[in-house]
Write a protein that binds this ligand. Structure first.
Ligand code: PBG
Length: 331
């Protein structure tokens, strides 16, 4: 007697590793991972970061080796964060040609390792007050347009040093068009902009601020970073960055923003899209794994896969190098 099936047998396509692999919809690949590096000019600051186990601050002289090791795993891109030993109220160290990031870029470029180098541009690591822009004289306001000029100058300095991508993370309005003009005016037409377009005012940046010594001395970042409650506003931010000339738009944090990734992928199907698994996401997983409460490798890969599935073309992750080793079967 033939029985007409009254339900779907989804398990047919899960029955063997081979069929599961044939039909796997998304795959992680080392080339889509960008590895962050903290780089400092201070011997005192160099070394491990307690809130980010496994992540270090490198001296400028140590960076090229670390980047080469990353590239050996199949990683093709890095993003550099400067952690200067000295800060000033006006953050002017950020645009110094002899500053930590330009020197770091130069070291990597001259080492012969062929990688995409993104350089984070923000004032918070360089200002003594830890804010992402210049402050009004009474300290109550981050001055938008006055900050732009400095952002344009910093970006040009990084481009001149050899950065492939300028990555402004300050959420100051007009940043992308300012950088584009600054780069084009000096002939850096092929230096791209990786815009932190959707950056929420998030509690998940805590460990980064330890690492980069960029916790604001007073107040918070809610006058410029997005309210985590807002998704429509996030779309407007991304739209203006694309209109101003962003080459890649980024969303962060990643895991709390999978909805935003999906929305952006749908609204801008052709725009290159990045997700940033931020410090708190990394630390959360590391802490649980250290307790034996989560399988570190499986949980890490699952989190990154969710970002990919939501629409991210590339992912910035503090575990990029380790993940690349896992993916290539060498870790
Ligand atoms: C600098 C910057 C921050 C991050 C990237 N660039 C911190 C902040 O906005 O306070 C966060 C990255 C992370 O948490 O891993 N503006």
């Amino acid at each position: 007697m033939s029985v007409v099936s009254s339900f779907s047998r989804h398990r047919r396509l899960r029955i063997s590793p081979a069929i599961r692999s044939v039909l796997q919809e998304n795959r992680l690949h080392p080339a889509n991972l960008m590895a962050p590096f903290f780089v400092t000019d201070s011997e005192q600051l160099a070394g491990p970061i307690s809130s980010l186990p496994g992540v270090r601050r490198y001296l400028v002289s140590e960076l090229a080796d670390a980047v080469r090791i990353a590239a050996d795993t199949g990683i093709q891109s890095v993003i550099l964060f400067g952690v200067p030993g000295h800060k000033r109220p006006d953050g002017s160290g950020a645009s110094n040609e002899e500053g930590v990031v330009p020197r770091a870029i130069h070291e990597v470029r001259t080492s012969g390792t062929d990688v995409v180098i993104a350089a984070d541009v923000c004032l918070c690591q360089y200002t003594s007050h830890g804010h992402c822009g210049l402050l009004s004289s009474d300290g109550s306001e981050i001055l938008n347009d006055e900050t732009l000029e400095l952002i344009g100058r910093i970006s040009l300095t990084y481009a001149q040093a050899g950065a492939s991508l300028i990555a402004p993370s300050g959420m100051i309005d007009g940043t992308v068009s300012t950088i584009r003009q600054s780069l084009d005016a000096s002939g850096y037409k092929n230096t791209g902009i990786l815009a932190y377009s959707v950056k929420h005012a998030s509690a998940f940046y805590g460990p980064f601020r330890d690492a980069a010594r960029s916790t604001p001395a007073s107040g918070d970042r809610r006058s410029h970073q997005l309210d985590p409650a807002n998704a429509r506003e996030a779309m407007r931010e991304a739209e203006s960055d694309l209109a101003e000339g962003a080459d890649i738009i980024m969303v962060k944090p990643a895991l709390t923003n999978l909805d935003t990734l999906v929305r952006l992928r749908t609204a801008h199907p052709h725009a290159p899209l990045a997700a940033y698994e931020v410090s708190g996401e990394y630390a959360m997983l590391e802490a649980a794994a250290a307790q034996g409460w989560l399988d570190r490798k499986a949980a890490s890969l699952e989190a990154l896969m969710a970002m990919k599935r939501a629409g991210a073309d590339m992912i910035i992750s503090y575990r990029a190098v380790e993940v690349a080793r896992w993916l290539s079967g060498t870790g």
